[in-house]
Unconditional design. Structure first.
Length: 279
């Protein structure tokens, strides 16, 4: 019975989709209904008496059809109930699930740590590198890409220790394996600054206060240093290759890389901790 119900639901769904997606099919159905109506009309116009008789016959047939329909419904109510469940339960389930916070999956989307990197994290405590001169972050090239960077916080001490150690390990890997020097553009971000960035538009960020891991010291935006200058733009082939290597190293360290997002943020990484960000 259940399999038959599923088959009936599938056939009805396909038929409805067929009608909705193919205008020619709808036109053919309408033409068939029109032709059937025309034939019935011609027969009715054949004579009043004959028409009355046919009308009476149609009435009896309609009454008989209604009785047969009711009888069928009484006999097949389990089938109809199963079909109703199949039609209503999936949308209701989707509606119930949609009631959860949009960022619930975002919270739990963590990456497994590479075994070799996990071993490195159990070793020495890495120290933060010397901070580049402040002028590095306020050049015309940098301001063009990140106009509000001059007021960003780059203090490693305000980052969560577990996240900071992973990020420092990624920095070391980028230097020793690939020859890239890196620097933090922004680490911890106050709720007030987060709201200010969100007010600047979706091209900057969609997250408001406490909807970003920056507020918890679990995220940072980073870029590359080349010849003492900060290189941010992914239009630079050298920087773009660095971002790809950086994303791979970050994910191997169990971090989430913004380069895989729909609104790609190549320099962003974060350590996702369940039930941290605001839903």
């Amino acid at each position: 019975m259940f399999l038959f119900s599923m088959l009936l639901f599938f056939v009805l769904t396909c038929f409805c989709a067929w009608l909705l997606l193919f205008p020619a099919v709808r036109e053919l159905v309408m033409q068939s209904i029109g032709a059937l109506g025309g034939r019935i009309g011609c027969r009715l116009r054949g004579g009043y008496r004959q028409g009355v008789q046919q009308a009476a016959g149609l009435g009896r047939e309609a009454g008989g059809g209604a009785r047969r329909t009711l009888s069928f419904l009484r006999r097949r109510y389990p089938l109809l109930l199963a079909a109703l469940v199949l039609v209503t339960v999936p949308p209701l389930l989707a509606l119930m699930l949609s009631g959860r916070g949009m960022l619930s999956g975002y919270d739990n989307d963590t990456h497994a740590i590479n075994d070799q990197i996990a071993g490195l994290l159990q070793g020495e405590q890495l120290a933060a590198p010397p901070a580049p001169p402040p002028l590095v972050f306020t050049t015309a090239e940098v301001t063009l890409v990140r106009p509000m960077l001059d007021s960003a916080n780059r203090n490693w001490q305000l980052l969560d220790p577990a996240y900071a150690q992973r990020l420092l390990l990624v920095f070391r890997m980028m230097k020793e394996r690939h020859g890239y020097d890196m620097a933090i553009l922004e680490g911890y971000r106050s709720p007030e600054r987060q709201n200010a960035l969100a007010a600047a538009g979706p091209s900057v960020t969609n997250a408001k206060a406490f909807q970003s891991y920056h507020q918890f010291g679990l995220a940072a935006d980073c870029a590359f240093l080349r010849d003492g200058k900060l290189v941010i733009s992914e239009k630079d082939p050298w920087a773009m290759r660095g971002y790809q290597l950086y994303g791979a190293a970050a994910e191997a360290a169990g971090l989430t890389w913004g380069g895989r997002w729909t609104m790609m943020d190549f320099g962003h990484t974060e350590l996702r901790v369940p039930n941290t960000v605001k839903k």
